[in-house]
Design a protein around this ligand. Structure first.
Ligand SMILES: Nc1ncnc2c1ncn2[C@@H]1O[C@H](COP(=O)(O)OP(=O)(O)OP(=O)(O)O)[C@@H](O)[C@H]1O
Ligand SMILES: [Mg+2]
Length: 450
């Protein structure tokens, strides 16, 4: 079915020329020369989008907007106005307009706005239908945990699996993000296709583009043969981009295009190749923070975050700990049990490394358990879990530059130590294990007041 656009514009020549422009673009156009007629058509025919002149002879555009919303119209609305002072624009968007465009209208700009509004509306509808879908928590092989928070996760997996919706999986390190990606793929109609995984943090920046998009022979110095990229490998299947926050800005732009066009070009080629993939991304970092810092494109963020599956940290769902322990104990060759006091010890831990940390602790405990019984003595928490740093949700990236990051960490350490010591510098220096002189130097360097 064609996308339908209703144009509400009292000036007949303007109305005609807009209609021609839109019909040329393949849209079906409905026309109204007054606000009342426009409203009637809008509510009866539910067009996908409405182009609304703000100054109409009978009613003004803002009240048309209000009545559309009151009538539960879901059409996207773009306001046309000769007078683009900000109060107009703010009032329009406050009343649910997607955007506004200044008259006289620039055709190209208008078409871009329309495409964007339609895409936004499509995503909105997709999300709404997913939220409303009846959700039964599927039994997910490989995942245990019966806490309410995890039940929600399972339900989300069940809801999104059957759609092609793009999913962003968030959660601290070790919470099971990769397991969720596996599950979504396995439950989806794409399970016969491949699940192609790329860890964006593990591949050097200059190689990442070729890795994802592939290259032709001779595309660059070392391109000795043609290489099929990850997008093409995921044809008919799922592409999982892990650690997405680490994607360099240049590659972000190309990813956005691949999502929009559903096609890619290999490096060294101008031929567009259609790719049919479902995209899942994951990060332990706060992507919206990265957007705020200018390290992540906002438009791409919205594309990736169509559906968010968030994994709760283990410390917020201690009721899952016994089940997880049982799961990990069952992997042991010989039967192993856990003593009550050892279990309480584990229940009391905060698990900065989440399930992965628990898994490691149990694996070690099994080895150390005398006579197949885990006691508090067989439990060793390592304070430096391999991924504990990531669990702190560090507010910076290696892309900020080594010394900038170090300086920020230093200054944070000094401030925290001083606060903790209530301003007592001798005590702060002792806690940090540094000379008092160095503390003074650093305070001066970072402009920390006495
Ligand atoms: N609910 C769960 N049930 C069973 N095992 C789990 C569960 N959640 C996580 N695990 C196990 O914990 C380990 C870490 O999980 P996973 O690799 O999916 O975490 P992650 O969120 O991707 O971590 P990172 O951000 O560090 O990559 C894996 O060995 C996984 O099998
Ligand atoms: Mg992971």
């Amino acid at each position: 079915m064609k996308t339908r656009i209703l144009v509400i514009e009292d000036e007949r020549t303007a109305l005609q020329s807009l209609a021609l422009l839109l019909e040329d673009e393949g849209y079906e156009v409905l026309k109204a020369e007054s606000g009342e007629i426009g409203l009637q058509i809008a509510l009866q025919q539910e067009p996908d989008l409405i182009l609304l002149d703000i100054r109409l002879p009978d009613v003004d555009g803002i009240s048309v907007l209000r009545r559309l919303r009151a009538g539960h119209s879901e059409s996207a609305v773009i306001i046309m106005t000769a007078d683009t002072n900000s109060s107009n624009a703010i009032r329009a968007t406050q009343n649910g307009a997607f955007d506004y465009i200044a008259k006289p209208i620039n055709d190209e700009h208008l078409l871009v706005l329309i495409r964007r509004a339609l895409e936004y509306r499509r995503l909105e509808q997709e999300v709404r239908s997913l939220r409303q879908a009846p959700a039964e928590a599927p039994a997910i092989p490989g995942m245990v945990g019966h806490s309410l928070a995890m039940q929600e996760v399972y339900k989300m997996i069940g809801r999104v699996a059957n759609s092609d919706a793009t999913v962003l999986i968030t959660g601290e390190s070790g919470t099971g993000k990769e397991l969720v990606a596996n599950a979504i793929h396995e439950f989806s109609r794409r399970s016969a296709g491949r699940l192609v995984k790329v860890n964006c943090a593990a591949i050097p920046e200059n190689l990442l583009e070729a890795e994802l998009f592939g290259h032709e022979k001779g595309a660059f110095t070392n391109a000795l043969a043609r290489r099929i990229g990850r997008f093409e490998q995921a044809q008919g299947g799922t592409l999982f981009l892990d650690e997405i926050a680490e994607l360099p800005l240049a590659v972000q732009a190309k990813l956005l295009r691949a999502i929009q066009d559903r096609s890619i070009e290999r490096l060294g080629s101008n031929t567009a190749i259609a790719v049919d993939f479902r995209l899942i991304t994951a990060t332990a970092h706060d992507l919206s923070q990265a957007v705020a810092n200018g390290r992540f494109r906002e438009d791409l963020f919205y594309r990736l975050n169509v559906v968010n599956v968030h994994l709760p940290p283990l410390r917020t769902r201690p009721e899952d700990i016994p089940l997880l322990i049982q799961r990990f104990l069952n992997r042991s060759q010989r039967p192993v049990s856990i003593r009550e006091d050892a279990l309480s010890l584990l229940l009391g831990h905060t698990w900065p490394g989440n399930v992965r940390e628990l898994e490691n602790v149990i694996t070690r405990a099994i080895v150390l358990a005398p006579g197949g019984v885990i006691t508090p003595d067989s439990i060793q928490f390592s304070d430096r879990m391999p991924n504990a740093a990531a669990a702190l949700e560090l507010p910076f990236s290696h892309r900020d530059g080594y010394w900038n990051v170090i300086r920020r960490v230093e200054s944070q350490l000094i401030r925290t130590a001083l606060e903790d010591a209530r301003g007592n510098k001798a005590e702060a220096a002792r806690a940090l294990g540094i000379q008092r002189r160095l503390l003074y130097e650093k305070m001066a360097e970072f402009g920390i007041a006495e």
